[in-house]
Design a protein around this ligand. Structure first.
Ligand SMILES: Nc1ncnc2c1ncn2[C@@H]1O[C@H](COP(=O)(O)OP(=O)(O)OP(=O)(O)O)[C@@H](O)[C@H]1O
Ligand SMILES: [Mg+2]
Length: 268
């Protein structure tokens, strides 16, 4: 292998506390994690184990209380919120667990929004938004308002918005949580394509079948990383292609996380 760049993301002893006094607890408890460029990581674990907290910190939407976060080898702890916002708009696409669409903007304007911060002209912004909406089969809904969409459509709009400015890091919090299997497939196909283009993806999911898209599966428990497994069958390794659900690592993961997941899946 040639000389390596620094990891895209490196966390050392990352800790996030919530509550005060007796109620204080570590939502993230001294997490050490290194993510290399081009990895596709899925994070699993029961409700409340800290997945969203971790993604929010990775996405520079929140700050840790202790520990270090290096992005492309540089510490981001001491940068201002404005600098964080700039890095985010240039480098990071976030798909939120709750879609966070802006209600007074229609679909195409919502999707075009991240491009505003890049100083792209309005007509060009709308063309780019329209282009990506096609990938998500939402062309006919461009001028709908968010409240006129189904939950699954809202989720797809939110994903299109996260991807419109071609971020190199995509953080997705249960991006298929509210989708039927056909829509899930569209979304996973799109994420898979983005991954193949060399981008880094960190995706939280409760669905063990989706770990098959990943090159690495992390299981969290009580604010800690309980297991961290490289997927033996990765999308970059077509020679090894076989039914991905049969991967050993996946099986171990799915057993461990069964309890937390059942609750979520029950609601479908
Ligand atoms: N703003 C907050 N104030 C206080 N506690 C919080 C806050 N946000 C999260 N927590 C707590 O931190 C812990 C981790 O929450 P987090 O949202 O990261 O869980 P999660 O793994 O994403 O769960 P889920 O699968 O249900 O989305 C939980 O115990 C939660 O109650
Ligand atoms: Mg969550």
């Amino acid at each position: 292998m040639s000389k390596k760049n620094p990891p895209v993301i490196e966390l050392r002893g990352l800790t996030k506390k919530y509550g005060l006094g007796d109620a204080e607890h570590n939502a993230l408890d001294a997490i050490d994690l290194t993510i290399e460029k081009g990895e596709f990581i899925t994070i699993m674990g029961p409700s409340g184990c800290g997945k969203t907290t971790l993604l929010n910190i990775l996405g520079l939407l929140d700050r840790s209380d202790d520990g270090e976060y290096l992005l492309d080898g540089k510490s981001i702890e001491n940068l201002s919120n404005t600098r964080h916002a700039r890095i985010r708009s240039q480098q990071i696409g976030i798909v939120f667990q709750s879609f966070n669409l802006i209600n007074r903007l229609n679909v195409i304007e919502n999707v075009a929004l991240p491009l505003t911060y890049k100083g792209i002209h309005r007509t060009k912004r709308l063309t780019m938004a329209s282009e990506i909406l096609k990938n998500f089969h939402l062309s006919e809904r461009e001028y709908y308002m968010p409240w006129q969409l189904s939950g699954g459509q809202m989720q797809r709009v939110a994903i299109a918005r996260a991807l419109v400015n071609s971020p190199s890091i995509i953080l997705a919090d249960e991006p298929t949580g509210n989708l039927d299997s056909k829509s899930s497939h569209i979304v996973m196909q799109e994420l898979s394509d983005i991954h193949k283009r060399g981008n880094t993806i960190v995706m939280v999911t409760h669905n063990p079948n989706l770990t098959t898209y990943a090159s690495r599966v992390i299981h969290m428990l009580d604010g800690k990383i309980a297991s961290d497994t490289k997927n033996p069958v990765t999308p970059e390794d077509p020679s090894a292609k076989k039914p991905l659900g049969s991967s050993k690592a996946t099986k171990v993961e799915s057993k461990k996380s069964a309890t937390g997941r059942k609750k979520k899946q029950a609601k479908k």
